[in-house]
Design a protein around this ligand. Structure first.
Ligand code: TGC
Ligand code: FAD
Length: 390
């Protein structure tokens, strides 16, 4: 049962508008009713629960900031963050599905697409009729996507696409994929590849102990004929996919606060209910140390992330600021999940509590969208002016 209660130690709700709170309450109520009761089973079966797609669309989780003209809810950046926080409080995999759809598929079509591409794809992606995936990572190019070998040739009336992407969220069931590939001169472009195009397959990746309620797979291109109108015309070069990552990483910074809050909430309640040595374990100093440090770290992350949201809304957030928040908050959430697991004792390893699921999920979140160490190097480059990637 989802017994989550709201925690706002520094009265940060005062910084939100009534609309923000309404968006949060609506998302939370829907998640408690429709997703919390089924998420453990989906995780055990290692299946994305597709039946929640229309509900995700109804709470604005697909392209929260996409203008209404294109079928989106037209919300601000704080609202986007709030929705991601609510989703990830329940499961990082559910937030992942929404992140990919919103920031890695809808965002590039909105920002780099033609008006025809926007009108054709965005309304169906906003409603969940179409689900998308984003292909940047390759088997031999993860942290260093500029080395990608997936490529396309201009054949006159179409492009011929060859190569493979790996570790792609939503790939097994996606209707379309935004794929990053090099042209004959080695310049990176985005192409919209649609299911049904001959030579395009999406084998699922099995055996994950993390993010099991999110489907992950490959995107394989074997002489795929891509119509010329499917190339994103607005931006090319590595900065194009990295711009999408800025939006998704920002969502993760908010999302992982949700995971941390859920672990803290569960640990606080358990410690007040669990009796050892004749009193609630919440009465022992060592348990209080854990709980006090958790809420301190959550509060610091909330303040960092709210400020980032304001800067992003104003168009002033830098990529390096986003990296700092993504890195800090995922690490914070993972440490809190580990401490919360200890407070739950043996019960903490079971599926009666969401702690172990969150902890295992966060092992993906700390790796994807740029690893923990890559984000540290991004901060290092930003403050010294010297890149230490190679
Ligand atoms: P570098 O020379 O630094 O930059 C190349 C060009 O890109 C520009 N740029 C950015 N533009 C927009 N946003 C950013 N965040 C940007 N960072 C850099 C830069 O200005 C430059 O532009 P130009 O015009 O001068 O060419 O590139 P580099 O090759 O040295 O690489 C830098 C590095 C290592 C930081 C970058 O490659 C990186 O971030 N690597 C991590 C890869 C990554 O995050 N992959 C994520 C794959 S998608 C995913 O994981 C989805 S999971 C989703 C889910 O399920 O939730
Ligand atoms: P590597 O790049 O091989 O890194 C291995 C280790 O080496 C890491 O610890 C890393 O920090 C370290 N390292 C690498 N380079 C340096 C350096 N210069 N200095 C110091 N240390 C370094 N990708 C997509 O494109 N689309 C998706 O939808 C997507 N979904 C994903 C879903 C899941 C569940 C997972 C696990 C991954 C997903 N990814 C996706 C891929 C993800 O972005 C990559 O896994 C990530 O970028 C890291 O790449 P890698 O796994 O190849 O690790």
């Amino acid at each position: 049962m989802d017994r989550y209660e709201h925690h706002d130690y520094y009265l940060l709700d005062d910084l939100l508008t009534e609309e923000h709170k309404l968006i949060r309450d609506t998302a939370r109520a829907w998640l408690k009713k429709e997703v919390s009761p089924i998420i453990e089973e989906a995780y055990e079966k290692a299946e994305f629960p597709k039946q929640i797609i229309p509900g995700l669309a109804s709470i604005g989780a697909f392209g929260p900031y996409i203008p209404e003209k294109y079928g989106g809810p037209g919300l601000d950046q704080i609202s986007y963050g709030i929705i991601m926080q609510e989703l990830e409080r329940v499961d990082s995999g559910v937030r992942s599905t929404s992140s990919v759809q919103s920031s890695l598929v809808m965002y590039p079509i909105w920002k780099y697409g033609s008006e025809e591409q926007r009108m054709k794809f965005l309304p169906k992606l906003a409603s969940g009729e179409f689900m998308g995936s984003f292909g940047l990572t390759e088997p031999d190019h993860g942290s260093n996507p500029s080395g990608m070998t997936t490529n396309f040739k201009d054949m006159g009336d179409h492009y011929l696409l060859n190569g493979a992407k790996m570790w792609i969220s939503n790939s097994p069931f996606c209707d379309l994929a935004v794929v990053w590939a090099k042209d004959e001169s080695g310049r990176i472009h985005g192409l919209i590849v649609e299911r049904g195009m001959e030579g395009f397959t999406t084998p699922e990746t099995h055996g994950k102990w993390s993010l099991r309620a999110s489907a992950t797979g490959e995107l394989v291109f074997d002489n795929v004929k891509v119509p010329k109108e499917n190339l994103l015309p607005g931006k090319s070069g590595l900065g194009a996919p990295l711009g999408c990552l800025d939006s998704a990483r920002y969502g993760i910074a908010w999302g992982t606060i949700g995971t941390a809050l859920d672990c803290y909430d569960s640990a606080l309640r358990y410690s007040k209910e669990r009796i050892q040595f004749g009193k609630p374990i919440a009465g022992f100093q060592l348990i209080q140390k854990k709980l006090a440090e958790m809420i301190t770290e959550i509060t610091k992350a909330q303040m960092l992330t709210w400020r980032l949201g304001v800067l992003r809304e104003e168009g002033r957030a830098t990529s390096a600021q986003i990296s700092m928040a993504k890195r800090n908050n995922v690490d914070m959430a993972l440490k809190i999940a580990r401490e919360a697991r200890q407070i739950h004792g043996a019960m903490g390893i079971t599926n009666e509590y969401s702690i172990m699921r969150h902890m295992m999920n966060l092992e993906s979140v700390i790796t994807y969208e740029g690893t923990h160490d890559i984000h540290l190097l991004i901060t290092g480059k930003d403050i010294t002016g010297i890149a230490a990637f190679e």
